[in-house]
Design a protein around this ligand. Structure first.
Ligand code: FAD
Length: 552
């Protein structure tokens, strides 16, 4: 039996090596269009920035190493140009000699990845995507060839664009980041993206949101807002689309998401052909709909699943949660599941929780605050998504929540997770436990909350806003119209409040919760401003241009 694998990086090489471990007798041929296999795409931006100093360390395997350890027949600079499912052959061109041949197969694994979407920029300046080793060679050569200060325009404020920005700044390059959408990192909700914008600006990045690049020539880029910025180099990172051209021409079903449709064994509409990685459709873990998630973990896992299916193993691929993480200077930004804006757009009921826990015990030096947002299904308390932005400890909290989601735990039961604690690592009530407590309080009706974007409406409908922070905190910055009544005075002074509904708030929501409980028991109608002043400030900072598009 013979398996032909198209694409020799994340998904393709996982399929090839797993298949070899399962079946020593299988003939396995891997065709890779580029010059390298099994290279570290995720490390490419860090090579541009010099964080990874050795180019060789990006090249994890070679055709020779794969032949000796796994008996794989890996052919680089070979492009599969078409598949003939009826004859069970693929057509291959050797790009070095421009000669074509036919390769018979019993099974094919399509692992051709994604294609970078080129924006509408017409550029006569050096302009590159950041997808493979050739790209970073071009980028680093261009940077090295320019005397004096270099200015780059990065198009696209997604994961790869932000990694490019950070690494260019690290090399001393000036950067203008141009993002079409209203905020950076569009999968995040707006108030969670606000700190990302702030950190980029702190590091001197010229960020233009709601803007596109019309053209780049003669050392200047013309932006859609009419401004001109200096440019020596354009990095195109405006997104990707699944590589489906082979699948389409072979008559395979392309799913509604635009990726190759597969079942839970990664099998396409032709039972002898499998598809994995960025080119293949995923099943969304929240609503079982077809979706696209272009992350390395899924490509590897689904490569393995395809090999299992070819070797007759019974395992099924798991649906995709979309767990992801990116570092932007001192910030770590991580997310899993659905965002609030996606839930709003889909009309799905949801409950929102914002907290601002510390990375570890506050009394132990070096604790950092993170912003944590949890999205919960109010009907069954299931976790629909989470976003975390901060420094230390963001990575572990998102992984705990992703694991809880995969295991079907409810939001309230996050409170009961027994997580490792010593002061330098966490808190006795960990950030994840705290989110669970808030979820439980909301689920049981122990407390009620108002979101930052609902506050104006609550006040217009007659609520009184009570700031329960200290007078010092109040003086340092407060929400217009708030009355300052510190938490520790509330028991005695609550009679100063009339019987109108109250919205209370503190800095991050925790003292607000205590105030809510106290005032409720004293007979008031009270809601807590979720996430407190901090979340309100972050949210309001995003409203400078489109207040009506709060969640757009
Ligand atoms: P790829 O790994 O892209 O491999 C596809 C290969 O198929 C390519 O080498 C291509 O040349 C080859 N090919 C295509 N068509 C043909 C053909 N017809 N014939 C022969 N060969 C063909 N994900 C994360 O989870 N975390 C990260 O931090 C992260 N960082 C990233 C940073 C960068 C700069 C990039 C580009 C991606 C990053 N990703 C990250 C995404 C991750 O790399 C991809 O999700 C993953 O590599 C997809 O695997 P794949 O096998 O589908 O495609």
């Amino acid at each position: 039996m013979k398996t032909v694998i198209v694409g020799g990086v994340a998904g393709g090489m996982s399929a090839a090596t797993r298949l070899r471990r399962l079946d020593e007798s299988m003939e396995i041929v891997v065709f890779e269009r580029g010059s390298y296999v099994s290279f570290a795409n995720c490390g490419l931006p860090y090579y541009v920035g010099g964080v990874i100093s050795s180019r060789d360390s990006l090249l994890l395997q070679t055709p020779e190493s794969l032949a000796s350890r796994f008996a794989l027949d890996v052919r680089v600079q070979h492009e599969v140009t078409s598949i003939d499912p009826a004859r069970k052959i693929v057509h291959v061109t050797d790009l070095r000699t421009n000669t074509a041949h036919e390769e018979p197969y019993d099974f094919v694994v399509l692992a051709g990845g994604a294609v970078a979407s080129r924006g509408e920029t017409t550029s006569t300046m050096p302009s590159y995507t950041l997808r493979n080793v050739d790209d970073v060679d071009h980028i680093t050569e261009t940077l090295a060839s320019i005397d004096g200060h270099v200015h780059a325009v990065v198009v696209g404020g997604g994961f790869i664009g932000l990694e490019a920005v950070e690494n260019l700044i690290g090399r001393g390059v000036g950067v203008t980041l141009v993002q079409r959408g209203p905020h950076i990192l569009s999968p995040l909700d707006r108030e969670m993206a606000a700190p990302v914008l702030a950190i980029l600006r702190q590091h001197g990045v010229d960020v233009r949101t709601g803007t596109t690049v019309a053209s780049a020539s003669d050392g200047f880029a013309l932006l859609s807002d009419g401004s001109r910025v200096r440019v020596d180099l354009v990095i195109e990172a405006s997104g990707v689309r699944p590589e489906v051209s082979l699948a389409r021409s072979a008559g395979l079903t392309i799913g509604q998401s635009g990726g190759i449709a597969v079942d839970r064994r990664q099998r396409t509409s032709d039972p002898a052909i499998f598809a994995v990685g960025d080119g293949a459709e995923k099943i969304d873990a929240i609503d079982a709909s077809p979706t696209l998630v272009t992350m390395a973990g899924l490509a590897n896992r689904h490569g393995r699943a395809a090999a299992d299916a070819i070797a007759g193993q019974p395992e099924l691929a798991w649906p995709a949660l979309g767990t992801s993480i990116v570092g932007v200077f001192e910030l770590t930004i991580a997310m899993v599941g659905w965002s609030e804006k996606r839930l709003v757009a889909a009309g799905r009921p949801h409950r929102v929780i914002h907290t601002h826990p510390a990375s570890h015990a506050g009394y132990y030096p070096g604790a950092e605050t993170m912003a944590l947002k949890l999205l919960v299904n109010p009907c069954d308390d299931s976790i629909l998504g989470a976003q975390i932005v901060g420094g230390a400890g963001v990575d572990k909290r998102i992984d705990v929540i992703a694991t809880a989601m995969a295991g079907g735990l409810t939001a309230s039961s996050l409170a009961d997770l027994e997580l490792a604690y010593a002061p330098q690592y966490g808190s006795a009530k960990d950030a994840v436990n705290m989110a669970g407590y808030v979820a439980d309080n909301l689920a049981t009706g122990m407390t009620r909350s108002v979101q930052w974007h609902e506050l104006d409406s609550a006040l217009e409908h007659g609520a009184t806003l009570v700031d329960v922070r200290t007078p010092g905190e109040f003086a340092a910055g407060s929400i217009p119209g708030a009355v300052n009544l510190p938490l520790d005075d509330l028991r005695l002074r609550h009679t100063e409040l009339d019987d109108r509904p109250l919205v209370v708030h503190c800095q991050v929501g925790q003292r607000g919760h205590t105030a809510t409980r106290l005032l409720t028991q004293l007979g008031h109608d009270v809601k807590n401003l979720d996430g407190g002043y901090k979340t309100w400030v972050a949210g309001m900072a995003t409203l400078d241009r489109e207040p009506e598009l709060i969640l757009a």
